[in-house]
Design a protein around this ligand. Structure first.
Ligand SMILES: Nc1ncnc2c1ncn2[C@@H]1O[C@H](COP(=O)(O)OP(=O)(O)OP(=O)(O)O)[C@@H](O)[C@H]1O
Ligand SMILES: [Mg+2]
Length: 701
């Protein structure tokens, strides 16, 4: 038998596709590793080229196709995607697998827009090319073959998401980019869209909503500022204010690194504080590093310089030079400003004839410029997204931080914790340095934010506050999701949150990652010994758990529900959910069976474990054993006079049992009848009690 990785259906061993959902079935290859992931697929195809190429010499066809294929590949890879295959003149690119970046739908749409523009450019440059494309992007869950050898034509991903992408592509307007619903939702704050009529796709019963992507309205990696009132963070703002005041009073530079995961509010905190600085007569300038698509080094510093000298990207080189020289003369004094300007110009990539000085000299000039700026007016220099910074920017930042002297200047570096993996020594040895870890919002602040976001909908913030665990971005995303789709915020998570967490999981070393995936099967709470039973992590299990704890994915708990077994819990329910969703169904099934056996062995006398056991047996594909456990859980509840609950357990048990389990079904049905009888008695007794006046205090418990 061959289980479908998508829907779990058992298919004949020789079947190549699932008879239920059509997913391609894995060849019976031993050790083939698969995972479920949210991916974005880009399809691009030339319009009318097949007809045209029939009239052309094969050499000419090649001469046209080659630059086209090269361009499409360059655009996909430039945004961090993988070219999965070429089918005729069509190209399929994948984002989010094998490794998720956290913003894959956005990357895919940017690549698609770049393909559209790139092909137009190719055609504009050489009239014999005269090419037109249709492009589509679609996002959804896929099965990813982790060991696929694409050079051998093996597919990286399979699933409905691919077919839909290809069908959308066929319906895209000429030189247009059409996207599906998930893609639209995940990128609508960053990309301009035009709504189009829902399209009918082969194999879909109802029309599928679609949008036409026009252009990207914010730079890569940046989310558009949302103007919700700022909540909380008083402690952090107070600390920053003290650092600022001290730097101004003592003319002493200070560096603050704000650390925190995606969406926790680093940029927002910096923006709020920048406003305070500007209002108090200081000058805040901001530069940021981007995750992809920009090859220029010193990117963030370049943006700083351009703001200082009022240079626009659209300025001609000569104009930019003039502005830079003027600004430098003003800030560092006339005498050697020409040289400083020359150095800064080459740092920020302005074309120059002059011989290039050594890096130390360039950095020294950068320092002169910044010192000049701060001497004129206290300055706040914000470096955003330092975890993405190029090596040059990191070196420059360290050089500035360690050498700037005697000026009122605060440097703000904002980074996700990954920065410390790239640069473990970050901040070490600096004279004035503060690391400021940004924690999740407290419960009252989270609630306040959720209430405001839901104000127009009349929905309750509870579920959102519970799920988002203090991350303001998650609160925003969940609020948007529930107000658009209804529901309570606990169902399907918006793609963007899943993507952020999935990207964190993907960046783990593979042995740690697989321990985490195994643990997700046990539950939000898990035990070392349960993992050991699965063979998870082998000899190094303890070490890997230590490391996962250090990375803040899991926590070791002081007390354990199982005697003598070290208990852990996932830091975040979201992490567990997404890790679990990543495992393909057959892999889950085996692990659930192991957990069930483990629990049976370690909790023989514990009836309270029976509902957990029932869950694991059910997911292990053993409904009869699940039913037996549910019956035990029902008996247990019944003994505690929770008769309603007992009935619920028995009914679940019945639902698990196949028709031919007549004996068991009869036994359960009998117990339901008895429990129902008791429920009525309880109600009668209560009624009698009320009629008879207040019951004695001892009976009220
Ligand atoms: N204290 C707050 N009050 C209200 N909204 C907030 C607060 N903090 C953050 N937000 C909002 O939450 C969202 C995410 O915040 P922000 O962009 O600052 O996160 P970040 O830490 O910079 O993430 P990244 O690492 O992805 O850059 C933004 O829309 C922001 O406006
Ligand atoms: Mg940010």
């Amino acid at each position: 038998m061959n289980a479908c990785p998508n829907c779990g259906r058992e298919n004949a061993a020789e079947a190549k596709f699932c008879s239920d959902c059509g997913t391609r079935l894995a060849a019976e290859r031993t050790g083939a590793r698969e995972e479920r992931k949210i991916v974005s697929v880009v399809f691009a195809d030339l319009v009318g080229f097949t007809a045209r190429s029939e009239k052309l010499d094969p050499e000419d066809v090649r001469a046209i196709q080659t630059p086209y294929f090269q361009r499409v590949r360059a655009e996909i890879e430039g945004c961090g995607g993988t070219v999965e295959k070429f089918i005729g003149d069509a190209v399929m690119g994948v984002f989010g697998a094998p490794v998720a970046h956290g913003d894959d739908p956005e990357r895919a749409v940017r690549a698609a827009l770049a393909i559209r523009d790139g092909v137009a450019e190719l055609s504009g440059g050489a009239s014999e090319l005269d090419l037109q494309v249709r492009v589509a992007v679609n996002t959804g869950e896929a099965i990813v073959a982790l060991d696929a050898d694409m050079a051998q034509g093996e597919g990286l991903i399979a699933g409905d998401v691919v077919n839909t992408a290809s069908r959308l592509q066929g319906l895209a307007p000429v030189n247009g980019v059409l996207v599906g619903e998930e893609t639209y939702r995940a990128t609508k704050s960053i990309v301009e869209y035009e709504a189009v009529e829902a399209v009918s796709l082969k194999g879909k019963s109802s029309p599928v909503p679609a949008w036409l992507a026009l252009s990207a309205s914010a730079p890569p990696g940046e989310r558009r500022a949302k103007r919700q009132p700022f909540v909380g963070r008083n402690h952090e703002l107070g600390l920053l204010q003290r650092i600022w005041d001290q730097s101004v009073a003592e003319q002493r530079p200070h560096v603050v690194t704000v650390f925190g995961p995606a969406g926790i509010g680093k940029s927002r905190l910096a923006a709020e504080f920048s406003e305070t600085v500007n209002e108090s007569g200081g000058k805040a300038i901001r530069g940021r590093s981007v995750p992809y698509g920009e090859t220029a080094t010193y990117g963030a510093f370049t943006q700083h310089v351009k703001q200082i000298a009022h240079i626009f990207d659209s300025d001609l080189t000569a104009e930019a030079w003039t502005k830079l020289r003027d600004a430098t003369a003003e800030l560092v004094g006339e005498s050697d400003s020409a040289e400083v300007a020359e150095h800064i110009g080459s740092l920020i990539g302005l074309e120059t004839e002059a011989s290039i000085a050594g890096r130390e000299e360039l950095f020294y000039s950068a320092r002169r410029l910044i010192e000049g700026l701060a001497r004129r007016q206290p300055a706040l220099l914000v470096f955003e997204d330092v975890h993405w910074a190029d090596a040059g920017t990191l070196d420059l930042l360290e050089a500035l931080a360690s050498r700037l002297r005697d000026v009122p200047l605060v440097i703000f570096a904002l980074a996700r914790p990954e920065l410390l993996e790239r640069k473990p020594s970050w901040g070490g040895g600096l004279p004035g340095y503060t690391a400021l870890p940004l924690e999740p919002l407290g419960e009252p602040q989270a609630r306040e934010l959720a209430e405001r976001l839901l104000a127009d909908t009349g929905l309750e913030p509870e579920a959102i506050v519970g799920t988002a665990e203090g991350n303001p971005l998650f609160i925003e995303e969940l609020a948007a999701a529930v107000s658009e789709q209804g529901g309570d915020g606990t169902g399907n998570l918006p793609t963007s949150i899943r993507a952020i967490v999935a990207a964190r999981l993907d960046s783990l070393p593979s042995d740690e990652r697989s321990v985490l995936l195994d643990a997700s099967v046990v539950g939000k709470i898990f035990w070392r010994a349960a993992l050991a039973e699965m063979g998870s992590g082998g000899e190094r299990l303890s070490q890997l758990l230590d490391s996962l704890e250090a990375r803040d994915f899991v926590r070791r708990e002081a007390v354990s529900r199982l005697r003598g077994e070290q208990q852990f819990s996932f830091k975040h329910e979201l992490i567990r959910d997404i890790a679990y969703a990543t495992l393909p169904r057959p892999a889950r099934r085996d692990r659930h069976a192991t957990v069930a056996k483990f629990l049976e062995a370690s909790t023989p006398e514990l009836a309270a474990a029976s509902s957990a056991l029932a869950h694991h047996w059910r997911e292990a594909g053993e409904p009869v054993r699940a039913a037996d456990q549910l019956a035990v859980a029902g008996d247990q509840a019944g003994r505690g006079w929770a008769k309603d609950e007992a009935v619920t357990f028995y009914r679940e048990a019945l639902a698990c049992l196949p028709e031919d389990e007549r004996e068991r079904r009869r036994a359960i049905t009998r117990r339901i009848a008895v429990a129902l009888q008791a429920v009525m008695h309880v109600a009668d007794a209560e009624l009698l009690g009320r009629r008879a006046g207040p019951a004695p205090a001892a009976d009220q418990s």
